[in-house]
Design a protein. Structure first.
Length: 188
C-alpha cells in the first residue's frame, strides 16, 4: 500500500512515539505535533487512534518480516538448510542490539490493547502467524519435521521478550543454541 506524504509522516511519528513511550501514553495531539500534520488531516486519514495503531503495526509487519527474510537470504543464500533456520536467531541478535530496542512492538501492543481492541489483536495474531509460517517454510526446506516448528518459534518469541527485559541481545544466542539442539535431535 502506497502512502501519501502526510500518511507517511503520521505513521513515522506515531510508530516512533508508540514504540518508545507506549500506545496509551501517547495522544493524537503528540502525533500531530511530531508529524507536523494538522489534526484535521490526521483525523481525516485515521479517524481513530485504533486505526492509526493498526496501520502502524501493519506497516511494521511488512518491514520487519522483509528485513528478516533479506538477512536470511543474504547471509545464507536461498538453498534450504538448517543454517537458514538458525539465521533467524542471528538476525534477532542484530535486531536486539539496535539502539532503542524495546522488545516486540506486536507483543507490546497486545499487552497494552489486547483486552480492549479486537482490531489490534487481529493484526498482532496475523503477524505472529506469518512469522510462524516463515519459520515453518525454512524448516520444511531444511527437511525438518512440522512438530519442531512450534518450539523453534517459541524460542524466538521467548528471546524477544527476554532481550527486552534484560536489555541484552544475548537471549538470541541462547535461543540459537536451543534451536540447534532441537534441529540436531530432530535428525536422530
Amino acid at each position: 500500500m502506497e502512502h501519501t506524504e502526510a500518511e507517511t509522516r503520521l505513521l513515522d511519528a506515531a510508530e516512533g512515539l508508540f514504540y518508545e513511550r507506549g500506545i496509551q501514553a501517547v495522544g493524537m495531539d503528540q502525533v500531530r505535533t511530531a508529524s507536523g500534520v494538522s489534526l484535521k488531516r490526521l483525523y481525516h486519514l485515521f479517524p481513530s487512534k485504533s486505526e492509526l495503531v493498526r496501520a502502524c503495526l501493519e506497516r511494521r509487519d511488512g518491514r520487519w518480516r522483509g528485513r528478516l527474510a533479506a538477512y536470511v537470504d543474504e547471509v545464507h543464500g536461498t538453498d534450504g538448510g538448517e543454517e537458514r533456520v538458525l539465521a533467524v536467531y542471528d538476525w534477532l541478535y542484530t535486531w536486539f542490539d539496535e539502539p532503542g530496542f524495546r522488545g516486540c512492538a506486536f507483543v507490546n501492543s497486545f499487552g497494552e490493547l489486547g483486552a480492549v481492541d479486537p482490531g489490534v489483536v487481529a493484526v498482532v495474531r496475523a503477524h505472529k502467524a506469518a512469522f510462524r509460517e516463515y519459520v515453518a517454510g525454512l524448516a520444511a526446506d531444511a527437511g525438518v519435521s512440522e512438530p519442531v516448528v512450534g518450539p523453534l518459534v517459541l524460542l524466538a518469541e521467548g528471546a524477544m521478550t527476554a532481550a527486552a527485559i534484560s536489555g541484552s541481545p544475548e537471549p538470541a544466542r541462547q535461543a540459537r543454541h536451543g534451536a540447534a539442539r532441537l534441529l540436531a535431535a530432530s535428525r536422530e
